[in-house]
Design a protein around this ligand. Sequence first.
Ligand SMILES: NC(=O)c1ccc[n+]([C@@H]2O[C@H](COP(=O)([O-])OP(=O)(O)OC[C@H]3O[C@@H](n4cnc5c(N)ncnc54)[C@H](O)[C@@H]3O)[C@@H](O)[C@H]2O)c1
Length: 315
Amino acid sequence: MKKIGVAVIGTGFWGRNHARVYKELASTNLVAICDTNVERAKAIADQFGVKAYTDSGRMLKNKEIEAVSVCTWSTMLAKEAQKSLHAGKHVLVEKPMATNTQQAEKLLKTAQENGLHLTVGFLMRFIPGLQQIREAVEKKKIGDMVSATAKRVSQWPERIGDVGVVKDTAIHDIDVMRFISQEDPVSVYAKTGSMRHRKFEDYAQIMLNYESGKSAFIESNWLTPYKTRTLNVTGSDAIMRLDYITQELWVENAQETVQPRRAFQEPLKMELQHFADCILEKKKPVVTGVDGLKALQIAIAALQSSAKNAAVKLK
Ligand SMILES: NC(=O)c1ccc[n+]([C@@H]2O[C@H](COP(=O)([O-])OP(=O)(O)OC[C@H]3O[C@@H](n4cnc5c(N)ncnc54)[C@H](O)[C@@H]3O)[C@@H](O)[C@H]2O)c1
């Protein structure tokens, strides 16, 4: 079986998980890792028995590396993803992909011009229960979708200091709403603010409105003392409820509550396996660069809406 040579740029809290999973998968061969923090780079490289770099430019010269996960601080993602694409590597860039839409558009262009895969780390899409919700919405198993409510709250992970809760956290649910409804919202209204974070918003309530009449509500914060990650979808005939942490799913109608059981799957394993499969089989990824760009556009519009205290129309 052919193995794809892979590398990880940025091996902090999340990037080291990418490295671990690449090491575990049968279709990937972790060749090297890069982190600007020299001690961290050495420690992670030693842990996985691969070469350590502190300069991605030097690492990317290695021809064995065909694909790269970019897991740096959010404000460095676009720059490192661009470098990797220029070096001819397929790229999985973590969310939020970029800090502005110009950077994200440039990534799309570079990937397209060079015939490379570009995908974004919208991990939720790899949770089986979310795939079941999307299918139920599409096949109208819960009737017509009326609304969806997402809650993603916890304490502020203080290592995140370069973007606020909208681009860091709510962006997952923005993508989820596009994914399950298969429709782009036409306007966004949001309220955001900061209680503890010195530079960025640490709470956000976001409402997305759709041409078809459905709406989505997203609550995100870094203020709640415990971690909650849930999704409730209301249809005209039934509701579906998902706990992303336990991966439990409930379907309720007027008569009964059913809990379809599916084996717990590590979403990152599914995501990286899919990335490798897309490269090997030359197929389109579940999450495209366009999905990354659209989610970022909505996140930015949400921040603008809050600043203006008015709904913002989306193109
Ligand atoms: N998809 C998900 O569910 C998910 C979960 C957690 C984090 N993330 C994303 O992953 C990224 C990293 O988050 P984290 O929590 O691991 O942060 P972190 O601060 O723990 O790690 C970031 C690492 O990147 C390194 N770094 C920064 N700039 C670099 C560069 N130019 N070249 C090489 N290394 C560089 C830092 O030294 C650090 O070790 C963020 O963009 C975050 O949004 C995604």
